[in-house]
Design a protein around this ligand. Structure first.
Ligand code: TMP
Length: 213
């Protein structure tokens, strides 16, 4: 049987990386074969593209350049990691995927969604998530969490974390709109609560989806 593709989305500091890891651990304990990955990234080429995308050196990056780099990183990720794992019947968990492009590049940066959807199909070869969790949190709290995480890891804020609060508010709004458009696939989870409580909610939804297969 074809595997299942689950993605985590949300603004900076929403907790999606921790939740993706918790879900990975839970599913592995249940005996599933799981591949956990992230975007931009997930392969050596895609990780190299990530460095360019997030570098503070490249503040002059144009929106069209940016979208093409995200899609280039995704094309490699799909053919090297995601497609083979799904064909093998594995569960793939990705920390961000196409919805990030639709929200950040189209809804926020203003690039035409229809065109980007067509280009994204080219990059993904038609693969899209079965299930998506948008972790929803107020951007002020999200950025506070992202900053304290960076301090813990002695890291500076990246190019996107350095955007103004209005940018992050627009990102949040974009995700909520996407969720309204795809209510069967996208689940909005309030992430302003205990990590374990968020995990339980996610686990409940994943358990239901797995039971119905
Ligand atoms: P991360 O820090 O959550 O891993 O995400 C890296 C940044 O890249 C984040 O600010 C969102 C952004 N991004 C896009 O703008 N478009 C995309 O398609 C993806 C995958 C990420």
């Amino acid at each position: 049987m074809e595997g299942i593709f689950i993605t985590f989305e949300g603004i900076e500091g929403c907790g999606k990386t921790s939740q993706a890891r918790l879900l990975n651990k839970y599913l592995e304990e249940q005996g599933y074969k799981v591949v956990m990955t992230r975007e931009p990234g997930g392969t050596p080429i895609s990780e190299a593209i990530r460095e360019i995308l997030l570098s503070n050196e490249f503040n002059t990056m144009q929106p069209h350049t940016e979208v093409l780099l995200y899609l280039a990183s995704r094309a490699q990720h799909i053919s090297e990691v995601i497609q083979p794992a799904l064909q093998d019947g594995k569960i793939v968990i990705s920390d961000r995927f196409s919805d990030s492009t639709f929200v950040y590049q189209c809804y926020v940066r203003g690039i035409d969604l229809k065109r980007v959807k067509t280009m994204n199909l080219f990059a993904t070869e038609g693969i899209s998530p079965h299930l998506t969790f948008v972790l929803d949190i107020d951007p002020t709290e999200g950025l506070r969490r992202a900053k304290s995480r960076n301090q813990r890891h002695a890291r500076k804020e990246d190019r996107l974390e350095n955007e103004a609060i209005e940018f992050h508010q627009k990102v949040r709004e974009g995700y909520l709109r996407m969720a309204q458009e795809y209510p069967d696939r996208i689940h909005v989870i309030n992430s302003d609560k205990d990590k374990e409580a968020v995990h339980e909610e996610i686990r409940g939804i994943v358990d239901r989806v797995l039971a119905n297969r």
